[in-house]
Design a protein around this ligand. Structure first.
Ligand code: ADE
Length: 242
């Protein structure tokens, strides 16, 4: 799996990339992450990559030239141009179903915005998929790009220790409910004990208890998951794009 990240803040990434799971996946060659500083692509003599919006308004807009030329150059490297994603609060909300489709792409080019956004011609020319990681506004797309990388790499079969240990994650298609509570040693801490059923060794009973817990938690916190409407981003998205 290869990621190319286009950013004005390349220094935000090394700490994240050095964290254990990702670092191991990179060292073992299952994942490659290339960080590209968009500023290197500007033809402006003052290294400017942004400018005031036509028509007025607050903030600065990222210019079309450095972004488009940076991405075009990246796409010429490697075996395939990759799937281009723009991280923006205006995008469709990311969910686990979409993450599972993204891992199949094998190469993702992630564009991180800053300021008030990109010149619209970046979108017109590169036709990226626009993704939001939630209904809140970050200072830029960098953290959102890390979220996408993080969610995708753990589905690369070789990355997680047990090949299918993500199957029980909440939100995966086999399990749309929230996970039940987990316990480990000791059996008692400050008077709080581990539920008796988990100590019985009766796998059927344990599975039933977990299902019930999972259902109750989902009903209380995320009733929308019990009867999901058509996914905002997922099957429909993939159909449109293939
Ligand atoms: N950039 C700023 N806010 C964002 C969000 N919520 N999702 C993706 N990219 C963003």
């Amino acid at each position: 799996m290869r990621f190319d990240v286009v950013t004005l803040f390349p220094d935000m990434f090394p700490g994240y990339l050095g964290q254990s799971l990702l670092n191991k996946a990179i060292e073992r060659g299952f994942v490659q992450v290339h960080i590209h500083d968009v500023r290197k692509w500007t033809r402006n003599k003052h290294q400017k990559v942004d400018d005031r919006p036509y028509g007025g308004g607050p903030g600065m807009v990222l210019c079309v030239q450095p972004v488009v030329e940076c991405v075009e150059s990246i796409q010429q490297q490697g075996d395939s141009p990759g799937h281009v994603i723009l991280l923006t609060p205006q995008g469709r909300p990311l969910n686990q179903q979409r993450v599972e489709q993204l891992v199949e792409r094998r190469r993702l080019v992630l564009l991180c915005g800053r300021y008030e956004g990109f010149d619209q011609r970046v979108i017109d020319l590169l036709q990226p998929e626009e993704i939001s990681i939630g209904d809140y506004v970050l200072n830029g797309g960098e953290v959102a790009a890390m979220v996408v990388i993080d969610a995708v790499i753990r589905l690369v079969p070789e990355v997680l220790g047990q090949a299918d240990s993500h199957r029980d994650d909440s939100f995966s298609p086999g399990n749309r409910w929230l996970e039940s509570a987990q316990y480990t040693r000791p059996r008692e801490y400050r008077g709080l004990t581990v539920p008796q059923v988990l100590l019985t060794g009766n796998h059927e009973e344990i599975a039933r208890w977990r299902r019930e817990q999972s259902y109750e938690k989902t009903k209380q916190r995320r009733a929308d998951l019990l009867d999901p409407p058509d996914s905002q981003i997922g099957a429909q998205e993939e159909k449109e794009r293939s």
